[in-house]
Write a protein that binds this ligand. Structure first.
Ligand SMILES: Nc1ncnc2c1ncn2[C@@H]1O[C@H](COP(=O)(O)OP(=O)(O)OP(=O)(O)O)[C@@H](O)[C@H]1O
Ligand SMILES: [Mg+2]
Length: 244
């Protein structure tokens, strides 16, 4: 199984993935109970399911924000289940961009500075990255708002800053947890259009949502229930894998 799981065609592959939260004493929560799942390069997968079914736990493991307590996780063929914290944070910084429901911007920083935050944590020379950060602000339609602070922006604009920030390391994978959860439907649609565009340009997308209309944008949807995948729905054929 391991040799199959580490085939490079899988951008993301989990085998019997488990996550148990230990809360002291005998108190524990089995949030994931053995998830087998694969995402190919360029795919767009939505995760749905009731509250508490394990969606965010799954996304956090995929994003190397947390480690599984059982099973295996291969990212681009590398077994990350056993990596130490430093290796995990390095791989996260190189390969993964995050978008959260609550944007997670730093209120004291400007738009441009918020976009630069991941680079700062990786010790880049920020002066050398200004051009790229301005380009990303333009890409998300905020080129004229570079000096604004988050509280001077609408929710949709704040989420677009978060999208620009998620792209700053040119990650292969974008992970989004309820990215439109705090937005009205029109603004949400604009944010989703941007995510669609990133997928067309080659980014692999995994997005958690409660909203059928949001999930309809993905190539396929996995429905989680009690820490396992209950069923999968294919919305349209997955993209043809590139030759590389
Ligand atoms: N840090 C934690 N410590 C303890 N238990 C946790 C922790 N995070 C999540 N859980 C538990 O794990 C289970 C799955 O939680 P998770 O956040 O993955 O659900 P979810 O599907 O994202 O739900 P929602 O739709 O409400 O966001 C829940 O029972 C939750 O209470
Ligand atoms: Mg959640």
């Amino acid at each position: 199984m391991a040799s199959l799981a580490s085939q490079p065609e899988w951008m993301i592959r989990t085998v019997g993935l488990q996550k148990t939260y230990f809360l002291g004493g005998e108190n524990r929560v089995h949030a994931l109970r053995g998830v087998d799942m694969g995402v190919r390069r360029g795919d767009y997968m939505a995760i749905m399911g009731p509250s508490g079914s394990g969606k965010s736990t799954m996304l956090n493991l995929i994003g190397c924000l947390d480690r599984p307590t059982g099973g295996q996780y291969f990212l681009g063929g590398d077994d990350v289940s056993q990596m130490d914290d430093d290796a995990l944070s390095a791989i996260r910084g190189e390969r993964i961009g995050f978008i959260f429901q609550s944007y997670n911007l730093i209120p004291q920083l400007t738009v441009l500075e918020n976009i630069q935050v991941p680079l700062f944590y990786q010790g880049h020379d920020l002066g050398k990255t200004l051009h790229r950060c301005r380009e990303l602000a333009n890409l998300v339609g905020l080129g004229d708002r570079l000096d604004h602070r988050p509280n001077q922006l609408s929710g949709g604009q704040q989420q677009r800053v978060a999208i620009a920030r998620s792209l700053v390391n040119d990650p292969l994978i974008i992970l989004a947890d309820e990215p439109t959860g705090n937005l009205d439907s029109k603004t949400g649609a604009e944010v989703l259009d941007l995510i669609d565009r990133l997928n067309r340009e080659g980014k692999t997308i995994v997005l958690v949502t409660h909203d059928d209309k949001v999930a309809a944008r993905a190539h396929r949807v996995i429905h989680m229930k009690d820490g396992v995948i209950d069923r999968e729905v294919i919305n349209r054929p997955p993209p043809t894998p590139s030759a590389s």
